[in-house]
Design a protein around this ligand. Structure first.
Ligand SMILES: Nc1ncnc2c1ncn2[C@@H]1O[C@H](COP(=O)(O)OP(=O)(O)OP(=O)(O)O)[C@@H](O)[C@H]1O
Ligand SMILES: [Mg+2]
Length: 229
């Protein structure tokens, strides 16, 4: 199992008021699975994904990522886990506007201490893989939304992560660009065996998924298995 969650709770405190955004979530995810998380706004999807990606810790319960219990890891160890094993894709791309596509892809490699020449080679390969050969020197403002999200995916892949976590990766894209992004995620999953966890509002984009988790009021209310792995 690449991820095991046991009775996850996340309670946000707003002054005197406590709001439980997750109320007892348990699951197991196998290596190489492709899981979609769907549910209404405010149901706890991003809260759950952030804990699955070690961006946040649960208030109660345990979250094991690749055998490591994230509640017991120091901030440094969590950062190392994220850098080495996880790749993140967000709805708003989160690219650095003053950097070229290639430089954006290289940012995690700088953190990992990879020398310039190797970084450049890797960023060009990754951009080619997501269909952006020839766009390496473009800044984000000179790319379409779909192209920007492809740069963000290439950046997420820079350190060769075992797991990709994507929060509404097509939320800001038209339907054609959305399908292109979904196809890249599908290829990463089927051809490279990357575990993919994706939050989406759009059920049409879950066709390639192995399982769909329907989240409501901070719980996985129902699970649908499309392909057993
Ligand atoms: N940092 C925070 N502090 C306080 N409450 C929060 C915080 N983050 C989220 N919440 C609350 O927790 C609940 C779940 O939020 P979350 O962002 O996980 O929902 P979501 O399912 O991702 O929604 P959306 O589809 O709109 O992105 C919401 O009621 C939200 O207001
Ligand atoms: Mg969200």
């Amino acid at each position: 199992m690449v991820m095991v969650a046991n009775d996850l709770w996340k309670v946000y405190k707003l002054g005197e008021i406590e709001y439980p955004a997750l109320r007892g979530v348990s699951f197991k995810a196998k290596r190489g699975e492709y899981i979609a998380i769907v549910g209404p706004s405010g149901s706890g999807k991003s809260t759950l994904l952030n804990i699955m990606g070690a961006l946040d810790r649960p208030t109660r319960g345990t979250m094991m990522i690749d055998g490591l219990d994230i509640s017991t890891l120091s901030d440094n160890k969590l950062a190392e886990l994220r850098n080495r094993k996880l790749g993140f894709v967000f709805q708003t791309f989160n690219l650095l506007s003053y950097m070229s596509a290639a430089e954006n892809v290289e940012t995690p490699l700088i953190a990992a201490g990879v020398p310039l020449e190797l970084r450049r080679k890797r960023s060009f390969e990754l951009l080619e893989m997501v269909g952006l050969k020839g766009f390496e020197r473009n800044r984000p403002s000179m790319l379409s939304g779909g192209q920007q999200q492809r740069v963000a995916i290439a950046r997420a892949l820079a350190n060769d992560p075992q797991i990709i976590l994507a929060d509404e990766p097509t939320g800001n894209l038209d339907s054609k660009s959305s399908l292109e992004i979904i196809d890249i995620l599908r290829r990463l999953n089927t051809e490279k065996g990357v575990t993919v966890i994706m939050v989406t509002h759009n059920l049409e984009l879950t066709v390639y998924c192995d399982r769909i988790w329907y989240v409501r009021d901070g719980r996985i209310e129902r699970e649908e298995v499309l392909h057993a792995k």
